[in-house]
Design a binder for this molecule. Structure first.
Ligand SMILES: *[C@@H]1O[C@H](CO)[C@@H](O)[C@H](O)[C@H]1NC(C)=O
Ligand SMILES: *[C@@H]1O[C@H](CO)[C@@H](O)[C@H](O)[C@H]1NC(C)=O
Ligand SMILES: *[C@@H]1O[C@H](CO)[C@@H](O)[C@H](O)[C@H]1NC(C)=O
Ligand SMILES: *[C@@H]1O[C@H](CO)[C@@H](O)[C@H](O)[C@H]1NC(C)=O
Ligand SMILES: *[C@@H]1O[C@H](CO)[C@@H](O)[C@H](O)[C@H]1NC(C)=O
Length: 482
């Protein structure tokens, strides 16, 4: 069984099969290990690669085989025959052990779906050699086999592979498929990684072919989230319209989906246009008449006036993470560890049509090595122990308005800093931090970024890539009203 020539560049998942082999084969495994430890002054002759090659040819030639695997593809008459060795199969799989103990002949018949049958050779080769090359479109099939035959090391390796390759380029997209699979097998960690990736990279997803194929359940769970990162709420509405026309769901689903759009976040001129020109809105106007009415009320006056009479603590007035310029700004910090850096930018006062012409200027300050007050007083007490430039200190960002204004009364501005990092050569959103004034409030701001290290995944061409979003929240107005 030669390594087949794969398209694209496969990733390799490798485990210490050989060590495992030594431990299992030798009844004196523990003694052997001790001998190795005592051999301190010795030189290692390392022929493990040769051993792997011999294992590979053992499988390919079938020498000394004591079991024949007949792999039937379900619903077809395709059969694949593999000459295997029961010792190798049972070493990593208690399922094979059970199958081999209860068999009546030297042949074991297995039934696999066509996607699993297609990668069955790879799977068996992994049991012999401890490595496997994986393509994006093979991860689920291999994971299913690892799961079925209880090859836990391979299963874990594949879960990790999927978590690390969410952003990889694929012609038809793969994250939605992985999400559905994770949901099916109840792998909540993988499911949440997929969901977070989709939420944080929504603009790309909305424009991809994958969007039309997402399930109703996934659509509705995305629409509920306030942490979606996308250009604007209008972008989401338009994508929803495309999804609905593609999938033609039952009207209860259309209603739930349409009611999850945050109309208050769409400027009134766009709402007017949608009301007259969006086929979806024309058809289902009655489902959202009350929400549109509320949105127009929101746009017609200052939110402070509105809050005197209405409950503004509901999702249609709660912003998501919008990247468009009225909500915030990108901030690229070159050589971030060098010194403190400041930055000014403007946003709209708020999304209400009443406030469209009002701008707020924000000052942001980035300190690469800021020492918390509590730590500073310790230094002073100890006298001599003054903090040095590189000693301790953590990154911090403070964002404050350049001028205060009576317009701000009762409005809390929540700041969100989106941090990009490089993953598998791609720029992806790595963290989203929410705070009111200072990242001190979140405690773990860039805690694991290690900006000193040149190779830090957070440095892209020696720069830290941030995007700051300012979100007015009107919750406190409710409290003020009481
Ligand atoms: C033997 O070599 C392989 C790669 O050729 C390496 O992965 C392994 O760690 C080496 N083992 C020892 C004991 O040096
Ligand atoms: C397997 O058998 C073939 C002949 O059938 C032989 O040429 C080859 O060396 C054998 N390989 C091993 C690993 O014993
Ligand atoms: C083995 O044979 C016994 C009796 O002939 C039969 O009941 C059992 O199902 C067989 N097992 C397998 C795995 O074919
Ligand atoms: C979003 O996904 C695309 C590919 O699907 C990738 O190229 C891009 O880097 C991702 N962006 C972010 C911000 O995660
Ligand atoms: C606003 O609503 C959220 C969730 O519905 C709730 O957790 C929060 O306490 C409310 N805030 C106020 C000020 O009522």
């Amino acid at each position: 069984m030669a390594r087949s020539s794969e398209q694209g560049s496969p990733a390799w998942v490798r485990v210490g099969t050989l060590l495992l082999l030594l431990h299992c084969v030798s009844v004196r495994g523990a003694a052997l290990k001790q001998d190795l430890a005592l051999d301190a002054g010795a030189t290692v002759l390392n022929h493990s690669m040769n051993l792997v090659q011999r294992m590979e040819s053992l499988l390919a030639m079938g020498n000394g085989s004591d079991v024949t695997l007949r792999v039937h593809t379900i619903n077809t008459d395709e059969v694949k025959v593999i000459q295997a060795h029961s010792l190798v199969l049972t070493m990593q799989s208690d399922v094979f052990e059970e199958l081999l103990l209860t068999r009546n002949s030297s042949t074991v018949v297995l039934r696999e779906t066509s996607d699993c049958a297609a990668v069955f050779d790879k799977f068996i080769r992994y049991l012999y050699c401890g490595d496997v090359s994986v393509r994006l479109d093979q991860a689920i099939s291999l994971h299913k086999l690892a799961n079925k035959y209880h090859v836990w090391g391979l299963q874990q390796g594949l879960t990790q592979y999927m978590t690390q390759h969410l952003s990889s380029e694929s012609p038809t997209g793969h994250v939605v498929g992985w999400y559905n699979y994770a949901l099916l097998i109840g792998d909540t960690a993988l499911r949440d990684s997929c969901l977070q990736y989709l939420s944080w990279n929504l603009s790309s997803v909305l424009q991809s072919g994958e969007w039309g194929s997402i399930s109703e359940e996934l659509l509705l769970s995305l629409l509920q989230r306030s942490d979606l990162i996308l250009q604007s709420e209008l972008e989401l509405y338009e994508a929803l319209e495309a999804w609905i026309s593609h999938n033609q769901p039952v009207s209860a689903t259309v209603e739930s989906a349409l009611r999850a759009v945050r109309y208050g976040m769409i400027p009134p001129q766009h709402l007017f246009r949608l009301q007259k020109q969006s086929a979806l809105m024309l058809k289902y106007y009655e489902f959202i008449r009350d929400l549109l009415y509320l949105a127009f009320q929101f746009h017609s006056a200052s939110p402070i006036q509105l809050a005197k009479y209405f409950d503004v603590n509901c999702s249609i007035f709660t912003p998501r993470n919008y990247l468009s310029t009225s909500w915030g700004s990108p901030w690229v910090i070159n050589n971030p560890t060098r010194d403190d850096r400041s930055f000014s930018f403007q946003t709209q006062l708020g999304p209400s049509g009443h406030d469209t012409s009002k701008r707020v200027t924000w000052n942001a300050l980035f300190s690469p090595r800021w020492i918390p007050l509590s730590a500073r007083s310790t230094y002073t007490e100890l006298g001599a122990m003054q903090p040095t430039r590189t000693d301790g200190g953590r990154p911090r960002i403070i964002i404050t308005p350049a001028t205060s204004s009576s317009d701000f009364a009762g409005v809390t501005f929540q700041k969100t800093v989106i941090v990009m990092a490089r993953q598998q050569g791609k720029v992806v959103v790595r963290h989203v931090y929410n705070f009111h004034q200072s990242t001190e409030e979140v405690g773990d701001f860039l805690l694991d970024a290690d900006l000193q290290r040149r190779a830090s995944e957070y440095l892209i061409d020696s720069s830290l890539y941030l995007h700051v979003v300012i979100k007015p929240l009107y919750h406190t107005l409710l409290v003020a009203r009481k």
